[in-house]
Design a protein around this ligand. Structure first.
Ligand SMILES: NC(=O)c1ccc[n+]([C@@H]2O[C@H](COP(=O)([O-])OP(=O)(O)OC[C@H]3O[C@@H](n4cnc5c(N)ncnc54)[C@H](O)[C@@H]3O)[C@@H](O)[C@H]2O)c1
Ligand SMILES: [Zn+2]
Length: 352
């Protein structure tokens, strides 16, 4: 098992290893004063892991209830959030009790937000079960639900009390959902670590997953510690995401987030190579990794549609746009520019 300490507005531990869901009770009990617990989970994850977590919490002396919602991003909305808050109120959860988020990023984001809002904040333990939620969404404190007007428009920055990444849970992921996690892992390598890129390139897919997750979370921890509220440096974690979000939006969200990020990273990197802003090896290494992890390298959408979608996204951030650009292998820089440069990036980067 590996352990990482995150020092943000709250200091907390992230543990990574096999069998951690069955230890959720004993590991969280010392951190929580109350003994009422609500497990929040989705309709796919609850039948797989709900009983394991419930039994572990009960062994540690918790009284346990569960709130299960239909799996999928469509549930990450204010209606489900209010249902969850109402559930917590009806169960009489107090400020010293806790919410346990058991599932992927959708569960973690929504349960994290409910825990932040209910009684102005109760403890939240994150039990991420998808690769993406282990390497990304469960750590860093961003919580949110979506509005019809856009993703993650209602949320807070509220750090969890504990995060347990049980690598055994990865065994039941579908290949497409697993691939999304790999897109974010490759992203960490591209923005911060040639060592991680080398490891991913030279080892079989999935090798030493505990080390890989811990390594990614160390990068995320350092970025979050430097810029918890996403004012500057934390934006580097958005490498591939500006174009990726535009691709997701154009595809009516039928395209997985990780696929969008993969295409976004590849388009940006090819454009940077072609503009002479980074060496050609950035492209070669990235594209080889995307192939290896079964991720796409470009999209067949129209440039104009992508620009339109990016513009809709951009409205909320003012006129300037920050592009995250590779400058060498394992390093990206923030490049504040205007919207026209995104058009140039798409022109140069969409061609393989
Ligand atoms: N808070 C953040 O910092 C942050 C960062 C990145 C992404 N996100 C959010 O995370 C969400 C995406 O996360 P996700 O991909 O985990 O989505 P998800 O929670 O919808 O999980 C994807 C699918 O995998 C299933 N699943 C999860 N774990 C499983 C397991 N062990 N076995 C079988 N099936 C399993 C889920 O039921 C779901 O159908 C988005 O809403 C995104 O906005 C948040
Ligand atoms: Zn992402």
């Amino acid at each position: 098992m590996k352990s990482i300490t995150v020092k943000a507005s709250r200091t907390y531990e992230v543990k990574i290893g096999a069998g951690l869901l069955a230890q959720a009770g004993e590991l969280s009990a010392p951190l929580i004063r109350g003994r009422d617990a609500v497990i929040v989970s989705d309709s796919n994850v609850w039948p797989l892991y709900g009983q394991t977590v419930q039994a572990s919490l009960e062994r540690a002396g918790f009284r346990v209830d569960h709130f299960v919602f239909p799996a999928g991003e469509a549930s990450k909305n204010p209606q489900t959030l209010v249902e969850l808050l109402t559930f917590l109120a009806r169960k009489g959860l107090t400020r010293s009790d806790a919410v346990f988020a058991l599932g992927g990023g959708v569960t973690g984001d929504m349960a994290g937000l409910a825990a932040a809002l209910y009684l102005r904040g109760v403890s939240c333990v994150q039990l991420p079960t998808s690769l993406l939620s282990m390497v990304d969404s469960s750590v860093g404190g961003k919580t949110a639900v979506d509005l019809p007007e856009g993703k993650n428009l209602v949320g807070t920055f509220t750090q969890p009390h504990l995060v347990l990444c049980d690598t055994d849970a990865l065994k039941t992921l579908s290949p497409a959902v697993e691939a999304e996690g790999w897109a974010e892992i490759i992203k960490y390598g591209m923005i911060r670590s040639q060592e991680l890129l080398d490891f991913l390139s030279s080892h079989p897919a999935g090798a030493d997953i505990e080390w890989v997750i811990a390594y990614c979370l160390t990068i995320k921890r350092d970025v979050v510690a430097a810029d918890e509220r996403d004012n500057a440096l934390r934006q580097v974690l958005n490498f591939g995401h500006t174009i990726g979000h535009a691709i997701e939006r154009c595809g009516g969200y039928s395209i997985y987030h990780g696929e969008g990020v993969a295409m976004g990273m590849a388009i940006m990197t090819r454009a940077c190579v072609r503009m002479g802003r980074c060496p050609a090896e950035c492209r070669t290494v990235l594209e080889n990794l995307l192939d290896k992890y079964h991720l796409p390298k470009t999209c067949s959408m129209k440039k104009e549609d992508l620009l339109e979608a990016a513009r809709a996204d951009k409205k909320r951030r003012g006129d300037a746009i920050t592009l995250i650009q590779p400058d060498r292998l394992g390093s990206c820089i923030l490049h504040k520019t205007d919207y026209s440069e995104l058009a140039q990036v798409l022109d140069l980067g969409m061609e393989l």
